[in-house]
Design a protein around this ligand. Structure first.
Ligand SMILES: Cc1ncc(COP(=O)(O)O)c(C=O)c1O
Length: 441
């Protein structure tokens, strides 16, 4: 029988979510590719007759992102699509750029949203700044430093790795040592807020060190923008990228980027073309640039940009410093509750991110079973550990619109109930009161 709406079996939904959060990086070999795309017969209309509109379940998103999208943002997204060269749209683009300058705390003219997710922002900054044979110091203390290395290699450049333990911040001394040993390094790249562990690194100090050695500074702010103090101009960051799906309360799919004047000069003086046509800022600026003719480059994701515009209006209404303070306040309440239950944090307090809380899974507790029950019975998503931390930690996000008191209480009460039922060795009955007391302070 044909069903009204699409309701996948919960087990399938969880299996997919689990793969995304837990699974290894998929490696696609040529063979695998040709095998999976060789279909014996073409799909007919009858084959897809059972498919109807997709109606997703309503979840509370407290994982590593995407986070809850504010209803004002989804409302903005549903407004009528207009042409991406329509004067009304072009006016909105200028406002988006201005509001991004505010969010990044920068006067950088080259501050734009890339029409693709955070990873495309990562590719944009590396591909525009690096040329074949350049050397880049890449700091790795989690998953995303590893992705940076991959991107550097794909640019034909040479990554020099500075490695720190997962859960620890990047060590500025190690960066300085690497710069001393590699005086020809063009840039230092680091992740401000490592989503895979919940550790925050000291961008300001590392930036100062890099500039003393005449290297540019490139920062991943996918999880920090809007959630933690971030000052692009004061900290003299040369290139930065973020994502819309974390602390901006927006839908996934856009990556705000910003380049300093020094970085723009490096791009202008390139000897070779940027390898990617789509991500070449020289070309993109023909559409987004301050004095540009606003000529066609690619079809902008019109409605996704309405969404970003609305989320940035909301950030402006709340005030950037107030948004940072909200993330801090809610983190402290969640922390009080989790610790009252007996759970412990992976990252030392000094470097802990308020928006991504990594806690150790208690001995004998089945990670997959707990997350599965939270998702299937309470529509609550929390994140699994990644890479080296898979199966050992949970990553509980309090990002953007997800960073709310009601989410804290939902998470604490359901997590406690599920673990208690499973016979876990935790303290019960104290978490909600601890969170409440912290919020009331
Ligand atoms: C720190 C960090 N960098 C980069 C990315 C990649 O962003 P996206 O998944 O939007 O491509 C993520 C995504 O979670 C991230 O957390």
């Amino acid at each position: 029988m044909r069903r009204a709406g699409y309701f996948p079996h919960p087990a399938h939904v969880f299996a997919a979510a689990e793969f995304w959060q837990n699974g290894p990086e998929p490696t696609i070999s040529v063979n695998h590719f040709s095998q999976s795309f060789r279909s014996p017969t073409a799909i007919t209309r009858e084959d897809i007759m059972t498919i109807s509109s997709f109606n997703p379940p309503v979840r509370t998103l407290m994982g590593p992102g995407p986070s809850d999208v504010h209803p004002r943002v989804t409302g903005a997204m549903a407004r009528p699509c207009i042409g991406h060269l329509d004067p009304a749209f072009v006016g909105m683009m200028d406002e988006v750029k201005q509001m991004l300058q505010y969010a990044f705390q920068t006067k950088n003219q080259l501050t734009i949203p890339v029409s693709a997710p955070g990873s495309a922002g990562m590719e944009t900054v590396f591909q525009n700044l690096l040329e074949r044979g350049d050397k880049a110091i890449v700091c790795q203390n989690g998953v995303f430093g590893g992705r940076m290395k991959e991107v550097v290699e794909r640019c034909g450049a040479i990554p020099v790795m500075v490695e720190d333990e997962w859960g620890k911040p990047v060590d500025p001394q190690k960066v300085e040592d690497a710069l001393k040993a590699n005086s020809d390094a063009k840039l230092v790249a680091l992740v401000h807020a490592e989503t895979s562990t919940g550790a925050r690194s000291d961008v300001e100090t590392i930036s100062r060190i890099a500039h003393e050695h005449e290297a540019l500074v490139l920062v991943d702010a996918v999880t920090s923008l809007g959630g933690s103090e971030l000052r692009v101009d004061d900290w003299q960051i040369d290139a930065i990228y973020s994502g819309t799906q974390k602390c901006l309360s927006c839908t996934p799919g856009i990556s705000p980027v910003s380049f300093s004047e020094r970085a723009v000069e490096v791009i202008t003086l390139r000897k070779s073309k940027v390898q990617s046509w789509f991500l070449d800022t020289n070309l993109v600026m023909g559409y987004w640039g301050p004095n540009a003719k606003r000529a066609y480059h690619h079809t902008a994701p019109v409605n996704a940009l309405y969404a970003l515009h609305e989320s940035l209006v909301m950030l402006q209404e709340e005030g950037l410093e107030n948004a940072w303070a909200r993330h801090d306040r809610n983190h402290l309440a969640l922390r009080a509750g989790l610790e009252a239950m007996g759970l412990s944090f992976v990252v030392e307090e000094e470097y802990r991110l308020p928006q991504l809380n990594s806690v150790t899974i208690p001995e004998g507790v089945d990670d997959t079973a707990v997350r599965g029950r939270l998702l299937n019975e309470f529509n609550l998503e929390i994140g699994a550990g990644l890479g080296a931390l898979a199966g050992k930690v949970w990553r509980i996000g309090l990002m953007g619109h997800s960073s709310r008191a009601e989410n804290i209480f939902l998470c604490l009460s359901t997590l406690e109930a599920v673990m208690k039922e499973m016979g876990a060795d935790i303290h019960t009955g104290a978490a909600l009161a601890a969170a409440q007391a912290t919020l009331a302070d």
